[in-house]
Write a protein that binds this ligand. Structure first.
Ligand SMILES: Cc1cc2nc3c(=O)[nH]c(=O)nc-3n(C[C@H](O)[C@H](O)[C@H](O)COP(=O)(O)OP(=O)(O)OC[C@H]3O[C@@H](n4cnc5c(N)ncnc54)[C@H](O)[C@@H]3O)c2cc1C
Length: 383
């Protein structure tokens, strides 16, 4: 749902200009230095990107899912590391508070997240609990008015920059699986939290992940999201469901960028006396990319619009994440192929995108987990 077309057009123009004039020229620098320059972060705050999904009454732009998807497609047209910096705050980091938090929690945390003063991270994965997130073992033991947290979270995006964590921990030891999990809002400055060394990743340099170790960290009981223990897993799944449309939109944007680069190269590069774009085998690769991007974009926009209308889009969100992330991998592969040897060389940038997009098929639910979700929902509906 687009609330106001003029405002949306202006926002998309601003984001497009920001991507083209500020981010694209810095892609190589960011990859080389593994950091995002301060002036870029400042501009992200000015545009309102950290508060994109936070409702206006808490200081954000309060975009709808359709609007968010359109912004994310534009943001996708540059290195995904840029999106990652504000993406966890806009997406998985803050959505738990927004969806299930009490009014007091929203008032306390959302304005500072929306302004970019605080970055939010989402801490679900553990060394022994990845796809099987409900088996998490981080403990939250009640002690007076607090819970005391022990456990390790793994691969947490933006943990080195986080001001606050949405942390999933087992507060009800008698309840097996997902029923015993609560979601906590944890101030990252709390004593008893330490960070592992930064992970050395395949791609997306400039975006940082690391372990977060909770060793006797005290969290006030009032920081349980929604105030009621045992509902954290449901909060986490709701957050991830929405996140799947967000990630799928990014995949569409990055795929469009890679295809633009590949098309431009194919029209310039000459072999056998003509541009390689004239060869039908190269045209087939270009056409396959264009077709699959169109399919993914249509899926994302449909799921986003239906979510805005209040429909249950659990299956569609997984279809989007599954198809768009796999599509993005195929487009990256063809884009490298179209570049020939140049596609393997770092100066052309396409090999960087090839590595960067590999992550989309893994985090926020692997492709296999999306397949399981889709099939299980189909069986439930049929039964
Ligand atoms: C760069 C990066 C950033 C991340 N950021 C965050 C973050 O901010 N917060 C957070 O909580 N987590 C984060 N993660 C963790 C991410 O969500 C997990 O890595 C992902 O969910 C997969 O879990 P795993 O790595 O333990 O793989 P596993 O669960 O060990 O999976 C290994 C393989 O087995 C397959 N598999 C597992 N179970 C099944 C099954 N039932 N059926 C079929 N196949 C199956 C998987 O699809 C995969 O192919 C991040 C990961 C990375 C790499």
């Amino acid at each position: 749902m687009i609330r106001d077309q003029d405002t949306m057009t202006a926002l998309l123009d601003t984001v497009r200009r920001f991507v083209r004039d500020t981010l694209v020229p810095r892609e190589e620098w960011v990859a080389e230095h593994d950091q995002i320059p301060d002036d870029v972060v400042r501009q992200m705050k000015e545009i309102g990107l950290f508060g994109l999904t936070v409702p206006e009454q808490y200081g954000g732009l309060g975009v709808t899912m359709e609007e968010e998807a359109l912004v994310m497609i534009e943001m996708g047209k540059t290195s995904p590391a840029f999106r990652s910096l504000f993406g966890t705050t806009v997406g998985i980091g803050s959505q738990g508070i927004l969806m299930d938090g009490t009014e007091a929690q929203k008032r306390e945390w959302l304005p500072r997240l929306a302004s970019g003063e605080l970055i939010a991270s989402f801490a679900l994965t553990e060394p022994e609990a990845g796809s099987d997130a409900a088996s998490l073992t981080t403990r939250a033991v009640r002690d007076g008015d607090d819970y005391v947290i022990h456990g390790t979270k793994r691969y947490i995006t933006n943990a080195p920059h986080a001001g606050v964590f949405t942390l999933m921990a087992r507060s009800e030891p008698d309840q097996p699986g997902h029923k015993g999990v609560s979601a906590f809002i944890v101030d990252a400055c709390s004593p008893g939290i330490s960070l592992g060394k930064p992970d050395r990743k395949m791609g997306q340099r400039g975006a940082h992940t690391c372990d977060v170790v909770f060793d006797g960290c005290r969290v006030p009981a009032e920081n349980i999201i929604g105030g009621e223990p045992g509902r954290g897993f449901s909060t986490a799944m709701k957050v991830l469901e929405k996140g799947r449309i967000h990630i799928a939109a990014i995949c569409v944007g990055v795929a469009e960028r890679m295809l633009d680069d590949a098309l431009r190269y194919a029209m310039e590069r000459k072999q056998f006396g003509q541009a390689v774009a004239e060869f039908q085998l190269v045209q087939a690769m270009l056409a396959d990319c264009r077709t699959e991007i169109y399919a993914a974009r249509s899926m994302v926009m449909d799921a986003a619009r239906r979510r805005d209308l209040g429909e249950n889009v659990a299956t569609e969100a997984s279809c989007c994440k599954y198809y768009a992330s796999e599509m993005c991998g195929r487009v990256a592969d063809r884009a490298v192929q179209i570049h020939g040897g140049a596609g393997y060389m770092s100066e052309y940038g396409i090999e960087r995108f090839y590595r960067d997009v590999r992550l989309f098929r893994i985090y926020e639910g692997t492709s296999q987990i999306q397949q399981l979700v889709i099939a299980r929902n189909m069986m439930r509906e049929a039964g």
